[in-house]
Design a protein around this ligand. Structure first.
Ligand code: ITT
Length: 193
């Protein structure tokens, strides 16, 4: 049973592949004829995940799962939120992290509480399933670790480690993406019925 993972983010894809080993499904990456996903015009993680899943499913004719995720920082009223990938001018992971550290340094509110959110939406022929997950933590003052992707080097989890210091199986034990994935797994048969 093939399901396309509607993402161009290699970091997300690697985590999906690791999670998928526990399932009976064959999660496939985007084929080369899909080299761009539609504009993320939604106002929520859910809406953007649905846009990606529907586009890929309709294009390939098989079920697809879209992942829209990001970081909500309390001192910044929830920003960057759904704009996490497009936060800095370049949109690179490094520049996004640097911009966030600078903004927090200049911010009056010195609390550094934040959370990752992940919305997963599965789509096939008008059928929709969805789930979400979150991971609480704090924004560090500097980068640490070389695993993971995105904001992982500056996100500190309860144990005191930066997410980028964790091995992929350790991140998958606690992450916003894995908790959303485990919930979605129970619903996936609905897409094939
Ligand atoms: P696709 O739309 O192709 O899936 P994207 O990177 O544009 O890829 P999003 O629009 O969902 O995906 O943006 C999510 C951003 O939030 C992502 O680029 C990361 O910077 C960040 N992010 C999401 N999950 C993360 C995680 O587990 N660790 C670190 N950063 C994460």
């Amino acid at each position: 049973m093939k399901i396309a993972v509607a993402t161009q983010n290699i970091g997300k894809l690697k985590e999906f592949n690791e999670l998928a080993t526990l399932t009976p499904y064959d999660f496939i990456k985007l084929p080369s004829n899909i080299n761009q996903l539609p504009a993320e015009t939604g106002k929520t993680f859910y809406e953007n995940a649905l846009i990606k899943a529907k586009f890929v499913s309709d294009t390939l004719g098989i079920p697809a799962i879209g992942d829209d995720s990001g970081l909500e920082v309390d001192a910044l009223d929830g920003r960057p939120g759904i704009y996490s990938a497009r936060y800095s001018d370049t949109g690179t992971d490094q520049d996004n992290c640097l911009k966030l550290l600078k903004e927090l340094e200049e911010c009056k509110d010195k609390t550094r509480n934040a959370r990752f959110k992940c919305s997963l939406v599965g789509y096939f022929q008008g059928k929709i399933i969805s789930s979400s997950g979150s991971l609480e933590g704090k924004i560090a003052t500097q980068f640490k670790g070389s695993n993971g992707f995105g904001y992982d080097p500056i996100f500190v989890v309860e144990s005191g480690y930066h997410l980028a210091e964790l091995k992929k199986n350790e991140k998958n034990e606690i992450s916003h993406r894995s908790s959303a994935f485990l919930k979605l797994l129970k619903e996936i048969p609905l897409l094939f019925n």
